[in-house]
Each structure stands twice: as structure tokens, then as C-alpha cells.
Design a protein around this ligand. Structure first.
Ligand SMILES: [Zn+2]
Length: 138
């Protein structure tokens, strides 16, 4: 059976990189995957009204990577204590950041399905607990 290929979108926070890699390779069996890693991860793709140029670039990269990777699934990962989301420019309620991140993942999943006819978009929320990462499927 051919190895499954994914396109992954996650935050570029250094605290999480080895955990994301290990989870994707060992946890999900994705040895090779296309990657869009930027501060805030998939939030990049939700900013069409607030930061349209930024969002435009994000969708251009994503479209390019979809074409290059030809993925059979897309994986979007958000994480706890995402400093990008805490930036005052967004004016998010700090006590509701997790709900906001999950809303963003769900919004991007819907748009991925509409724009690219993506059949499968997996969502995860990662937390660090005493040096280990836990991934919750959403
Ligand atoms: Zn982050």
C-alpha cells in the first residue's frame, strides 16, 4: 500500500516542533508530509476580512502545497498557550482562546473542503504536560 501523504498546517512555536514531528510520524504514520508552519498555524487562513493580504498569502501557499503534496488528508493542529493568539492586536478574550482556536480550525476545515474538495481534514489540539505533548482529536 502506498504511504499516506498529508498536508499539515500548524504553528511554528519552537516548543512544539519536535512534538508535532513525532506525533505526525509515529502517531499518525505520516513519514512525509507537506507543511505550512507559521505563527498561529491555521489562523492564517481565517483572516480574509481582518488581514486580507496576510490571508491571501496563506491561501496561495496552501494552494501551492495542496498541488505539490496531492494529499489524501489535511491535518490542522492548534496548541495550548499559543502566543500568537495572545497578541493584543487581535483583541481576543484570553480566557476563551482555546474555543477561538477550535472555531478557527473548524472554519478552515470547511473552507478547505469547499476550495480544494479536501475529503478528509483532521483537527487536533496539543497540550504540553510535564515535557510531553498530548494530542486531542477534535
Ligand atoms: Zn502557537
Amino acid at each position: 500500500m502506498a504511504e499516506s501523504v498529508a498536508l499539515v498546517v500548524h504553528c511554528s512555536d519552537p516548543r512544539y516542533q519536535p512534538h508535532f514531528q513525532e506525533f505526525l510520524a509515529k502517531g499518525r504514520g505520516l513519514g512525509h508530509y507537506g507543511l505550512v508552519a507559521v505563527p498561529g498555524g491555521a489562523q492564517l487562513l481565517t483572516m480574509t476580512d481582518y488581514l486580507p493580504k496576510y490571508s491571501w498569502a496563506g491561501w496561495r501557499w496552501t494552494k501551492f502545497m495542496m498541488k505539490l503534496s496531492q494529499p489524501d488528508r489535511v491535518v490542522l493542529i492548534a496548541h495550548e498557550d499559543c502566543r500568537w493568539y495572545l497578541d493584543p492586536r487581535f483583541g481576543y478574550d484570553a480566557t476563551r482562546i482555546e474555543a477561538r482556536q477550535i472555531d478557527d480550525l473548524e472554519q478552515v476545515r470547511r473552507t478547505m473542503m469547499e476550495r480544494f474538495a479536501a475529503r478528509r481534514v483532521d483537527l487536533y489540539y496539543a497540550r504540553l504536560e510535564s515535557g510531553r505533548a498530548a494530542f486531542q482529536a477534535l
